[in-house]
Write a protein that binds this ligand. Structure first.
Ligand code: MN
Ligand code: ZN
Length: 343
């Protein structure tokens, strides 16, 4: 079968690999039908993702059809449409024991530390498969994964209806967070450097927007929160000075969420955190949030239809990644498809 492998940074190859077989643990064989291209996949391709190891079959936004199930499978049958959880954890370490397998000491993320979904078939445990609603297409369904990342950050932030939320960054991550956050609270400020992204944020439920190239973030946030500052700030921009900016823009007793993976040093100071008793928390991947995301879609609270702007066949993955690198303004989300690889 065919797969897309990043051999080493900046070298993408279509390879032939053995079709996987199911066993007692990986008891469901999935025939892939759609796989998303995420910013982190582009990072692995270009060698800027510190977590990735090479060579790697990438892809962590994985949608497919059940092709075969093992004898010990009870909840799935051939033909079922599913999305696959990208997080695999050991179940025994401290984080796993307290129910936080997404930061397992032995964390293995599909498409990052172990092979992912840019391949025709994969064998995975039944527990990692989530049934898709009929009305959602396979390509649109890849967006469930970014949705789970957004749910995780709102969850880690303990976001409630009375919060005054600041989302810093309105790209793919920030806009996914906005879609989830607006279901929880109504006072939402979105900051970015691009007016058209801010315009889109307004259409998607932001109460206030700030262009940080033209306006002072901290001052504006204070103005929009009656002088208090945000009660929750989520960093979906992850730039060199975003953390200190958010520590300043967040009011007393607030929560500041980090989501970046940069290892570059960034300047902050303890006074900002101590004097306001801020909680500074990381949010990584997602902790079994697929069920929650799918429920929101089924209840009509979240609409993922039409979010995918472009599709490329798996075998044209190079073209797809080159297109991403072109930063064409029409790009919202790109999905790889598997139609021409039937059987
Ligand atoms: Mn992703
Ligand atoms: Zn563990």
């Amino acid at each position: 079968m065919k797969a897309v492998q990043i051999v080493k940074p900046n070298e993408l190859k279509i390879i032939d690999v053995e079709k996987p077989v199911i066993d007692e643990k990986n008891n469901v064989l999935i025939q892939m039908t759609a796989a998303g291209i995420c910013g982190s996949d582009v990072g692995i391709y270009h060698g800027t993702n510190a977590a990735a190891t090479y060579p790697r079959i990438i892809g962590h936004e994985m949608v497919g059809r059940v092709a075969q199930v093992g004898e010990n499978v009870s909840g799935l049958k051939a033909g079922d449409r599913v999305i696959v959880n990208q997080v695999t954890s050991c179940g025994h370490c401290y984080p796993c024991k307290i129910g936080r397998g997404n930061v397992c000491d032995h964390l293995a993320v599909r498409g990052v530390h172990i092979d992912g979904g840019y391949r025709q078939y994969m064998a995975v445990p039944e527990a990692d498969c989530y049934l898709l609603p009929d009305f959602l297409s396979d390509t649109d369904a890849i967006m469930i994964e970014p949705t789970t990342i957004a749910i995780q950050s709102c969850n880690r932030a303990e976001l409630t209806k009375d919060d005054m939320l600041l989302i810093f960054g309105s790209g793919a991550l920030g806009s996914s967070i906005l879609k989830i956050a607006r279901l929880i609270c109504s006072h939402i400020i979105v900051a970015d450097i691009l007016d058209d992204k801010l315009e889109a944020a307004k259409e998607n439920g932001a109460s206030y927007t700030i262009n940080v190239l033209k306006e002072d973030l901290v001052e504006k946030v204070k103005e929009y929160t009656e002088g208090h500052g945000a009660t929750v700030s989520i960093d979906a921009a992850c730039t060199k000075d975003s953390l200190i900016q958010l520590l300043k823009a967040t009011g007393n007793a607030g929560r500041v969420m980090t989501m970046g993976f940069s290892v570059a040093p960034t300047e902050i100071n303890q006074f900002l955190i101590t004097s306001k008793e801020l909680d500074v928390r990381g949010s990584r991947l997602q902790n079994k949030k697929f069920g929650e995301a799918i429920k929101l879609i089924e209840e009509g609270k979240l609409d993922l239809n039409g979010t995918v702007s472009h599709t490329f066949p798996l075998l044209k993955a190079q073209e797809a990644f080159d297109f991403v690198d072109s930063h064409d303004p029409s790009i919202r989300k790109i999905a790889l498809t598997f139609d021409e690889l039937e059987g």
